[in-house]
Design a protein around this ligand. Structure first.
Ligand code: MN
Length: 228
């Protein structure tokens, strides 16, 4: 619009496999959604309600681009995750209706400045600077939900420099994709363009400059970035 007083920011997007761009509105992330990861982080996993944090949409890193090692941290961790992209939305979505709001899926990485996150946890402060920093959300191309209609099971894996670091199955999600959408929609009104990072399995660890991260979700696709 002509009356913006500065140039409006570009619309963040995720490339779609086969062509096109999915415009991104917001990025929500689920914490501790696999029992073994909750244990490795020192928590007792149970079916307490899921909790959420967010990243800015412009934290996305697409097309296999390199990820600059972030400032203010000496402990950059990988978290391999299934990402859900919403083409619909609303408030108080029923579990049975939830998957009908999904446009597609991608493989993604919730990169984390673990030292800043741990310090924030200890002091009861927000996680934003541990989680929502620049380039903290590498993501692969999206596939339409029609090509992968059942997100309740499937191998999820991350290799670092060719060695498997994280491996699990989506059937081990504490809160399923449908349950996660339903719960989140009880907290905020979801909208087309929202992404949800659904949580990481066990095996999170630090990476260094030069490391090559290659993740995959079977049936969905891959995510790839090199830390530079
Ligand atoms: Mn995560």
């Amino acid at each position: 619009m002509a009356d913006y007083v500065i140039a409006p920011p570009p619309v963040a997007f995720v490339p779609v496999a086969g062509g096109g761009r999915f415009p991104v509105r917001r990025i929500f992330c689920v914490g501790r959604n696999y029992a073994e990861h909750a244990r490795e982080m020192g928590s007792d996993p149970d079916r307490e309600p899921p909790f959420f944090f967010a990243k800015p949409a412009d934290a996305l890193l697409t097309g296999g681009a390199d990820m600059p090692y972030p400032p203010a941290s000496n402990s950059l961790h990988h978290e391999m995750e299934l990402v859900v992209a919403l083409g619909g939305g609303g408030a108080s979505i029923a579990v049975a209706e939830a998957l009908g709001h999904v446009w597609g899926y991608a493989a993604g990485l919730d990169m984390t400045r673990r030292d800043l996150q741990n310090a924030a946890k200890k002091e009861g402060k927000p996680w934003d600077m541990g989680k929502g920093f620049d380039h903290s959300a590498p993501i692969g191309d999206l596939i339409p939900a029609a090509r992968w209609p059942d997100p309740t099971h499937g191998l999820i894996e991350l290799k670092v420099n060719g060695a498997v670091r994280q491996t699990s199955d989506l059937s081990k999600l504490i809160w399923s994709v449908a349950e996660t959408i339903s719960f989140l929609s009880g907290l905020v009104r979801l909208a087309p363009g929202d992404l949800i990072f659904t949580g990481t399995p066990e095996g999170v660890a630090a990476v260094q400059r030069g490391d090559l991260l290659e993740g995959m979700v079977a049936g969905v696709g891959t995510v790839r970035t090199r830390i530079v």
